[in-house]
Design a protein around this ligand. Structure first.
Ligand SMILES: Nc1nc2c(ncn2[C@@H]2O[C@H](COP(=O)(O)OP(=O)(O)OP(=O)(O)O)[C@@H](O)[C@H]2O)c(=O)[nH]1
Ligand SMILES: [Mg+2]
Length: 596
């Protein structure tokens, strides 16, 4: 299934076209039908000649209902832009196009309707020209009449081509269903509807209602009025929920996959317009999906701004949002001298957990860093800014790929990690100088001094630099320099591929015989998995973190793959983990992590 929203000036024939195409009534309210004017969103669908189903979200064109229009278009991947042949391009045509452009929607179709009333040529030419300058670019276009039915077969064919070109949603993506309607049905309870852009919702799934984050269990699902066990985006869905009242799920709330979304009231983002020439107003309305909230704007520099949201939203790094000047019309008044801030602009979310800006120059430095980020930032940029993060936190920010953990489920920016290691070595040396009779530094003292949340981080940092025994860190001093140098080479080999232990030839080349390996192991500089296999200290905890991500029980082959290593290492490593009580081996040679 695909979902397409309408767009276009008031009274240009959007709803009439949807009625003619689908035989369904998009104007759901008596008031809309009485006034001949759409006020709220309408929903209708049809089956295309290809057999694929296409749902429409019909939006109102009147300028008073722009927030409803934005809620309709917000979660939808494509638009059918409607212009009346007898009126041509009009103010809300421009306003709707500006919104589509700000949302970054790239797929669309131009339909000039009411072609029974006037020659559609001029309207087609002008609209195509305007649309070409937007994110939609060059679109297919045609003339029709929703009243005489002229051109409707061609329109179905054009919609088929539009739909064929649309990317399918990722069924494995985390769910964020922006609610567009919530109501209750006698005997069933709460039902919400929305456009599901990606991900899968199944009966019995537990979702959270953002922003309250109250859990809601899925009792039943319908898509286009048909019951379904599971539905994957892109789709129109109606979800029957247990555990929440409709009032807690009004338009603008979202149903999200637990753990997959950070609820945030502060974001750093890149504006599609640089703040160089014009200054944005202090307050803008942020729109995403069906939600909107007032946001206080602070330009950090160039096109980078920090927004404080009145209402927290479930956001991911890379989300596209629309920023609207409250109460403004789309086309700014011309010729007022100083360039004015556009009525709507798009922006891309760069950071959903921005660090506090302290001290002079912090904003400028932050703007410079964020300006250098790619269009859609990834783990490398986010980690460079945050230094250290749990993988679960990265996932909630929308970052799924990332480096292997340094300890537990912690991942680190390499430079930050190296600097922390150096600071730890310095702290331990200073401690030893201050306490000559008890030179070992307690791990917890080091953890506090480094401001770290988890002592496993200290242990991983100490590995290779300091010996760590019984909760105390000691300088690994009394080993010969040659051995220390060889150990550093091994550690460098392991830096990018932590589970590819050096082969016997490599150990011999570095002069590391069994005796040297044993000494390095005792000093905590290497982890001796077996006589022949050495890894960096902390590799056991790192392996446990990775294996925790496998379905239990897992096979040796699955573990080997997840760890990115060979059987030569995987088998002794798993046996080591068994002995250490980290894993548990079953008679069929599968394993699971022991609960801690
Ligand atoms: N002759 C003729 N009239 C049309 C055609 N399409 C729409 N109309 C008329 O134009 C008026 C507006 O049509 P709607 O379909 O309500 O327009 P809309 O774009 O949905 O308007 P809003 O939702 O209020 O923005 C109605 O009176 C329709 O009967 C057409 O193809 N030919
Ligand atoms: Mg209408």
């Amino acid at each position: 299934m695909q979902v397409v929203a309408t767009a276009g000036h008031v009274d240009h024939g959007k709803s009439t076209l949807i009625r003619a195409l689908t035989g369904m009534e998009p104007d759901r309210w008596a008031e809309e039908r009485r006034r001949g004017l759409s006020i709220d969103l309408g929903f209708a669908w049809l089956t295309l000649p290809s057999g694929e189903r296409l749902a429409f979200v019909d939006v109102p064109g009147h300028e008073r209902f722009v927030p409803n229009m934005l809620a309709g278009v917000g979660p939808v991947p494509a638009v059918m832009f409607v212009v009346a042949a007898d009126e041509g391009w009009m103010p809300q045509s421009a306003e709707h196009l500006a919104a589509i452009d700000a949302l970054g929607i790239t797929r669309g179709l131009l339909v000039v309707t009411r072609a029974d009333l006037a020659d559609p040529g001029p309207a087609l030419r002008e609209a195509a020209e305007r649309i070409r300058g937007s994110s939609l670019g060059q679109v297919d276009s045609l003339a029709v009449s929703g009243v005489t039915g002229q051109g409707m077969d061609e329109l179905r064919a054009a919609l088929g081509r539009l739909v064929d070109g649309l990317p399918a949603g990722d069924p494995g993506a985390p769910v964020r269903l922006w609610v567009d309607r919530a109501f209750s049905i006698r005997g069933s309870g709460t039902v919400v509807t929305g456009t599901l852009p990606a991900g899968t919702i199944g009966i019995h799934d537990e979702l959270l209602a953002a922003p309250s984050m109250r859990p809601a269990r899925v009792r039943a699902i319908q898509t286009l009025k048909e019951p379904a066990e599971r539905v994957s985006g892109v789709a129109r869905v109606a979800v029957n929920l247990r555990g929440v009242a409709p009032a807690a799920l009004a338009r603008g709330t979202a149903l999200v996959t637990p753990g997959a979304w950070a609820l945030t009231a502060a974001v750093d983002l890149r504006l599609a317009v640089s703040a160089g020439a014009a200054r944005p107003p202090r307050e803008l309305t942020l729109h995403i999906g069906t939600a909107r909230t007032t946001a206080r704007v602070r330009v950090l520099g160039g096109a980078v701004a920090r927004l404080a949201l009145d209402r927290p939203l479930p956001l991911h790094v890379g989300d596209r949002v629309l920023l609207r000047v409250p109460g403004a019309a789309a086309s700014s008044p011309p010729g007022s001298g100083r360039p004015s801030w556009p009525a709507v602009t798009g922006a891309t979310v760069l950071d959903v957990a921005p660090p506090a800006l302290r001290g002079r120059g912090a904003a400028t430095a932050a703007a410079r860093e964020l300006a250098s980020w790619p269009a859609v930032p990834g783990a490398a940029q986010v980690l460079r800014r945050h230094g250290l993060a749990r993988r679960a936190d990265l996932r909630a920010m929308g970052i799924t790929a990332g480096p292997a953990p340094v300890a537990g489920d912690w991942v680190a920016d390499p430079a930050h990690w190296a600097a922390l290691g150096d600071r730890l070595a310095g702290l331990a040396a200073a401690h030893a100088a201050r306490h000559p009779l008890a030179p070992g530094m307690p791990v917890d003292a080091a953890r506090a001094a480094l401001g770290l949340a988890d002592r496993r981080l200290v242990e991983a940092l100490a590995a290779g630099r300091l010996a760590c025994e019984e909760g105390v860190l000691r300088a690994a001093a009394d080993l010969p320099d040659g051995l220390l140098a060889a150990v550093r080479r091994v550690r460098a080999d392991l830096a990018g591929t932590p589970f590819l232990a050096p082969e016997a030839g490599r150990l011999a080349e570095l002069g590391l015989s069994a005796r040297e390996l044993a000494a390095a192991g005792r000093a905590g500089l290497l982890l001796r998995v077996s006589d022949q296999i050495v890894l960096a200290p902390g590799a056991d905890a790192q392996a446990a973190g990775i294996l925790a991500g496998l379905p239990a029980p897992f096979t040796t082959a699955q573990a080997r793959q997840a760890l990115g290593t060979t059987r030569r290492v995987a088998i002794p490593l798993l046996e080591y983990l068994d002995r250490a009580g980290i894993t548990e081996r079953f008679p069929d040679d599968t394993r699971r992590l022991r609960p801690r």
